[in-house]
Design a protein around this ligand. Structure first.
Ligand SMILES: *Cc1c(COP(=O)(O)O)cnc(C)c1O
Length: 369
């Protein structure tokens, strides 16, 4: 078998090796059922136990209180941009939104189709390189909800604390940092995340919703777009993506084996700091993001050199088994996505590569000058 590379892709992203090996081992004959988990009825007791493990596991590790329901849906995180306003926007009330980049702008566009939506804070003036501060007064207490994106996958910024919204439900897109750190779930009306960055394969969306908000959904909503369809059926309104749920259940077990979110968070801080320190210590690389707002998940950086050199950096890194370091097409530059499952050794290898690349290329340009 060829060697596994270090995968810095923003998503779908690297999964824990132990999880992949377990899935491989169990692929043909799951728990002595004589068939794969993929071939099994989603209403079988064997599968229902897997679903329960995934759901209870998330409840445990994230400390989800009984006031909140955990749902597994399809349609990606992007469907939630529509499903959220369809279900919880209230008649004659506006929605407030904090604009921190492309993902919140996409949400804004969809929310506007259902309700009036006001941007109450934005970091667009500096190309989304920071998290705007938001005073409690700025939040319109008449809003049906306030929306933000906790980690900005493309720009490499992350909310370190969340605004106090009083009675207005806080809705957060946590697609790229869910289960990466401890959070107080009780502060949120809805948390949602596509699975493919930190929890499992593409095809499952996790929605954690405060139960009282479920009363807001109109009975005339299409059933597949109504949260209540999935609450009433334990996420089994229709065929759930069974294999994705199985991998999520394995990833949750892996998180527990690591020591839960406290240990995961410490590890994430150490990993990200290693890389940011290497970038800050060099005069060849720089990070365009304000220090206190830097993401622990997506480390965005640039070269003090031409864009051509950045391309060379990315291509040489690919050849050396450091994959997926190209920045998002809308911003350019470089980006190392280092989610929970990304091993420390991958970051060490990247730092080594950065030093070598600098030594070779910086001296070259100096000689030419
Ligand atoms: C990747 C990503 C999305 C989009 O997820 P899909 O599952 O592809 O719809 C939305 N928000 C954030 C913050 C993301 O990182």
């Amino acid at each position: 078998m060829t060697k596994r590379i270090y995968n810095f892709s923003a998503g779908p992203a690297t999964l824990p090796l132990a999880v992949l090996e377990k899935a491989q081992k169990e692929l043909l004959n799951f728990q002595d059922q004589g068939m794969s988990i993929m071939e099994m009825s989603h209403r079988s007791s064997t599968f229902e136990a897997v679903l329960a493990n995934a759901k209870n596991g998330i409840k445990d590790v994230l400390a989800v209180p009984d006031t909140h329901e955990i749902l597994f849906l399809q349609g990606g995180a992007s469907l939630q941009f529509s499903m959220i306003p369809l279900n919880i926007a209230q008649k004659d009330k506006n929605v407030s939104l904090i604009n921190t980049g492309i993902w919140s702008k996409k949400a804004l566009k969809e929310i506007k189709k259902q309700a009036e939506c006001n941007v109450v804070a934005s970091s667009e003036d500096k190309n989304f390189s920071y998290i705007p501060s938001i005073s409690d007064q700025a939040i319109d207490q008449q809003s049906s909800f306030i929306y933000l994106c906790s980690n900005n996958t493309i720009y490499g910024t992350q909310f370190k604390q969340f605004p106090n919204t009083n009675n207005v439900p806080l809705v957060a897109d946590m697609s790229s940092d869910i289960l990466s750190r401890k959070i107080d779930v009780s502060k949120f009306g809805i948390i949602f995340a596509g699975a493919q960055k930190n929890i499992g394969p593409a095809g499952v969306t996790i929605v954690i919703i405060r139960k009282d908000l479920l009363a807001r959904s109109d009975n005339n909503l299409p059933a597949m777009l109504n949260y209540n369809s999935f609450v009433d059926s334990n996420s089994l309104y229709n065929t759930i993506p069974t294999f994705g749920i199985y991998i999520i259940s394995c990833v949750i077990d892996w998180i527990k084996d690591q020591g839960g979110l406290a240990a995961i968070e410490t590890n994430n801080i150490e990993k990200a700091n290693m890389l940011y320190e290497a970038i800050d210590a060099s005069d060849y690389y720089y990070c365009p993001v304000e220090k206190h707002d830097r993401s622990l998940m997506n480390v965005v950086f640039r070269l003090n050199d031409t864009e051509e050199k950045e391309k060379e950096f990315f291509q040489e890194a690919e050849n050396k088994g450091l994959s997926g370091l190209k920045g998002h097409r809308s911003v350019g530059g470089l980006r190392a996505s280092i989610y929970n499952a990304h091993p420390r050794e991958g970051i060490e290898a990247l730092i080594d590569f950065m030093k070598t690349f600098q030594a070779t290329n910086q001296s070259k340009s100096q000689v030419m000058a």
